[in-house]
Design a protein around this ligand. Sequence first.
Ligand SMILES: [Zn+2]
Length: 105
Amino acid sequence: MIRKHGPAFKKAVIELGKCPLCRGRAVTMGTFYELPCDHCNASGWVVAATGEALPLDELVTQLSMRLQAATRQIEQLKKPRATGPEALHQDGNRLGAGGTNYTGD
Ligand SMILES: [Zn+2]
C-alpha cells in the first residue's frame, strides 16, 4: 500500500484488523474476570492480512500512527468547512450514454 502523506512517516503502515479472539476489545472473559487477550498482545488489533498479532514494538508504532491519523481526522471534522459550495457540485453526470431507446424505425 502506497500512501502519499508527505515524508513524516518512514515506517510502512500495516493494515490492522480487529482481533478475532477478543473482537477488538483487547480483553477476553476469564472465568471470573476479564483477562488481557493474549492473541493480540492485549491490543485488540491484529495484522489484517495474516490475522497474527504484531510484535510489541511494531504494535506501538502502528497504533501510534493510527491514533495520529484518527486525531487528524477528528481535528478536520471539528474545523468549519473552508471549501465553498463547489464541493457539492460533483454529481452533474447523471445522464449516461445510451439512455434513450430510439430505434429510428
Ligand atoms: Zn485479542
